[in-house]
Design a binder for this molecule. Structure first.
Ligand code: SAH
Ligand code: SF4
Length: 371
């Protein structure tokens, strides 16, 4: 760990990285724990208020570090209690973070990138193109801002779960996402249980294997199709890592982990992947993997050619999965009135790939024929 001349954001580092930083400064390692308690326990970002640090150390900290969190631009509260925050990342970019309160838990949906390069054909974020990765600080600051707004540490409206299901592909931004996952689960960070932090991926196989080595978190895999032919059309990444490779990585992920299950996400798109025979094919495909299936009825967004499925089709699909012995849930659409549902998060950003212009028109002209 090298101290640089330009101030580094302390929120960019997990505990072990902070310990290395303090050691490099000639300080004791336990300063890392103290600093984290100030930042994440007390929401205190002003070094001069770190009262258990000597004055000299506080001054040294101020010379080397910053503690910037993104500015909160807006907060929208849905009739169903869902809250969406728009956070300013820099002069060009803003991203969205969503809080979903339920009876026994509160889930925060966190973004990992501004836009996404993986171009899944049914996703608003993908349709917008990719702009940039978020830093660790920008990822963990979403939890920081949400927790502060919700008064997390008063156990009032608590965040109990974090899902990396906002904008972006978390495993495409691995090195910045990993320290953020560590801070979420650190007792001096947000103290979340391992299994309550979930990384959702469209199937980056090498990074799934790496995550398996590095962090004991839950894994959700966006499958959306029971065969390669259809999946390639919905998730272009399937051309690089096919279903067999992906499922092998999933099997490895749960091997030797007690009670661990993969969550397979399946966005149900009307007339595309919602047929009973596709449900049967899915149940055969997953038969030897400890898993549950989460059906997400497609949420439309401007410019898409896809349609939401009928609730009858979704129910039928679910019944088939359950009859085959799977735990199968249907994700309720939350925050409908504030455009906070899955796949609807758009944020505001400069589309450097300009895909939104190109892609939007392609979508309008060339609907997929998949059945
Ligand atoms: N990039 C990651 C995480 C972000 S997307 C991934 O793909 O898993 C989070 C979930 O929302 C994914 O399962 C994704 O497939 C789903 N999703 C994307 N667009 C959607 C839409 N329009 N309607 C319903 N679900 C959608
Ligand atoms: Fe990216 Fe996930 Fe959207 Fe695919 S579904 S484009 S991986 S954010």
């Amino acid at each position: 760990m090298i101290l640089t001349k330009s101030p580094q954001n302390l929120l960019d580092f997990d505990r072990s990285q902070l310990e290395a930083l303090f050691t490099a400064m000639g300080e004791q390692r336990f300063r890392a724990t103290q600093a984290m308690k100030w930042m994440y326990g007390d929401y205190q970002l002003d070094f001069h208020q770190f009262t258990n640090f000597s004055k000299a150390l506080r001054q040294k900290m101020a010379a080397h570090f910053s503690t910037a969190v993104p500015e909160l631009i807006s907060e929208h509260v849905s009739q169903d209690g869902t809250i969406k925050w728009l956070l300013k990342m820099d002069s060009d970019n803003a991203i969205e973070t969503v809080y979903i309160p339920e009876k026994n838990r509160g889930t925060l949906c966190v973004s990992s990138q501004v836009g996404c390069s993986l171009n899944c054909t049914f996703c608003a974020t993908g349709a917008q193109g990719f702009n940039r990765h978020l830093s660790t600080a920008e990822i963990i600051a979403q939890v920081w801002v949400a927790a502060k707004q919700l008064n997390h540490h008063n156990k009032n409206r608590r965040i109990t779960n974090v899902v990396m299901m906002g904008m972006g592909e978390p495993l495409a931004n691995y090195e910045r996402v990993l320290p953020a996952l560590n801070i979420m689960r650190d007792d001096c960070g947000f103290g979340l249980a391992n299994k309550r932090v979930t990384v959702s991926t469209s199937g980056l196989v090498p990074q799934i294997n790496q995550l398996n080595q590095d962090a004991d978190v839950s894994l959700a895999v966006s499958l959306h199709a029971p065969n390669d032919g259809l999946r390639e059309q919905l998730v272009p990444l399937n051309k690089k890592y096919n279903i067999e490779q992906l499922l092998n990585a999933c099997r490895e992920f749960v091997r030797n982990k007690k009670k661990a299950r993969i969550t397979f996400e399946y966005t149900v798109i009307g007339g595309v992947n919602d047929a009973p025979e596709q449900a049967h094919e899915l149940t055969r495909l997953l038969h030897d993997i400890p898993c549950k299936i989460n059906l997400i009825p497609f949420n439309p967004f401007p410019g898409t050619v896809f349609q939401s499925p009928s609730s009858k089709k979704v129910d039928q699909f679910k019944e088939i999965c359950m009859a085959a012995g799977y735990i199968c849930t249907v994700r309720k659409t939350r925050g409908d009135d504030i455009a906070a549902a899955c796949g609807q998060l758009a944020g505001e950003f400069m589309d450097r790939t300009r895909r939104s212009a190109v892609y939007g028109s392609r979508l309008m002209k060339r609907p997929l024929e998949v059945r």
